[in-house]
Design a protein around this ligand. Structure first.
Ligand code: NAD
Ligand code: DAU
Length: 353
């Protein structure tokens, strides 16, 4: 089996669902169920014996050691993190605790486990760390896209905490020989995206008749990748990546934020026209900028294509249409994650072992 951390969050849950749709190898899913983790996303796996869910913290050394000893995973994919830049600006401490201390404790438990493996089990074991393009900092408009050798220059508490975790992962390979893989990916979008992030926030606010808050001048550029393409890239790196290597993952799809918001509005105008015949674009509202807002990210994903044969299957046009259609078809999921009531239910439903 494989151990997934953070598998009730946006990307982790998509990964678990896609993994079990494509193969029978079981998944042990360790997730703390913070506000960002939602068991409802995994509801289709409730009676599936291939999915073992454990509510717990990657920083809980005893819990992690016990899980590793009991389940003997052949690989670990570490998605668990505090992931929202704006939250890291308001309160960085959770980011330090999970992204840095939590990753460190997880690495220590994994190192002890891996040291105890022998023969083939030790040789094939992999620890894949899921990271972000934000560790590379901000690009000037004409600067070349981030390659794997770009300097680290994180600018937010979130990206600094992810950079620290990347460095720890690298050091555990260099010093202890732990067979690690690191992926640094651009902005994901798709089903089950928590509506605090740009694209789902714009969809749910538009439908609710609320303002669509665009930070600053809306000309910050991000590279967007459909979440299932990211999951596919991670599977490919897990399968064929070289231990100690870093792989940048991206969609070759740079767009300014205001263009994204306009595309979402155009799709909603087509798929769920407003009663008054107007456009959702009338709800766009420019608001105060994010402090320290990175101007541009761009990923050069040629290494993973060249060495592992991965490239995105979706264009932005196909991926964003699927995404808007998914939100239109799943208003209950949106309502539940927004209410927080579901989290309370889960709190009483799952034990920590
Ligand atoms: P998310 O916030 O949607 O989900 C994070 C999950 O981790 C949640 O289920 C949460 O409950 C869990 N978690 C948090 N702290 C934990 C802890 N201490 N122990 C166990 N579980 C914990 O995040 P996401 O968008 O799915 O991102 C997943 C990973 O991918 C993160 O490491 C993030 O840095 C990285 N990443 C995200 C994007 C993106 O666009 N969303 C892009 C590149 C990389
Ligand atoms: O680049 C990868 C990163 O992408 C991941 O590492 C992060 O976990 C993920 O959250 C995401 O970070 P961003 O800060 O780029 O994503 P977010 O959706 O928060 O914002 C995208 C852009 O949209 C950013 O320039 C800020 C802007 N924005 C965001 C929100 C929430 C707005 O203009 N208005 C908003 O209300």
């Amino acid at each position: 089996m494989i151990l997934i951390t953070g598998g009730a969050g946006f990307i982790g849950a998509n990964f678990v669902l896609d993994w079990l749709a494509g193969r029978d190898e079981a998944v042990l899913n360790l997730d703390k169920l913070t506000y960002a983790g939602n068991m409802e996303t995994l509801a289709s796996l409730r009676d599936d014996p291939r999915h073992i869910f454990v509510k717990g913290d990657i920083g809980d050394s005893a819990l992690v050691a016990g899980l590793l000893a009991r389940h003997q995973p052949r690989a670990i994919v570490n998605f668990a993190a505090e992931s929202h830049v704006d939250r890291s600006i308001h309160g960085p401490e959770d980011f330090i605790e999970t992204n840095i201390v939590g990753t460190f404790r997880l690495l220590e438990a994994v190192r002890a486990y891996w040291n105890g493996l022998e023969g083939e089990a030790r040789a094939v074991f992999r620890f894949l760390h899921v990271s972000t393009d934000e560790v590379y900092g901000s690009l000037a408009p004409t600067e070349a896209a981030f390659t794997e050798t770009h300097r680290y220059e994180p600018n937010s508490p979130y990206s600094a905490s992810k950079a620290a975790s990347d460095h720890l992962v690298r050091a555990y390979h260099h010093t202890y020989g732990l067979p690690v893989l690191t992926t640094n990916c651009s902005n994901n979008y798709g089903p089950y995206h928590f509506p605090e992030k740009l694209i789902p926030l714009m969809i749910v606010n538009a439908l609710a008749g609320k303002p669509l808050p665009v930070y600053g001048d809306g000309m910050q550029v991000r590279d967007w990748l459909y979440v299932k393409d990211h999951c596919c890239a991670i599977r490919r790196v897990l399968e064929a990546g070289q231990p100690g290597e870093v792989y940048n993952v991206g969609g070759w799809n740079e767009k300014p934020n205001i263009a994204i918001v306009n595309i979402v509005c155009d799709l909603l105008d087509e798929l769920r026209p407003k009663n008054d015949g107007g456009s959702y674009k009338t709800q766009i509202t420019y608001v105060k900028d994010r402090p320290g807002h990175d101007r541009r990210y761009a990923i050069d994903a040629s290494k993973i294509q060249r060495e592992l044969g991965w490239k995105p299957a979706e264009t932005f046009e196909t991926g964003i249409r699927k995404t808007v259609q998914w939100y239109l078809a799943n208003p209950d999921w949106v309502a539940h994650v927004q209410s927080g009531a579901y989290r309370d239910w889960v709190q009483t439903q799952y034990a920590t072992s």
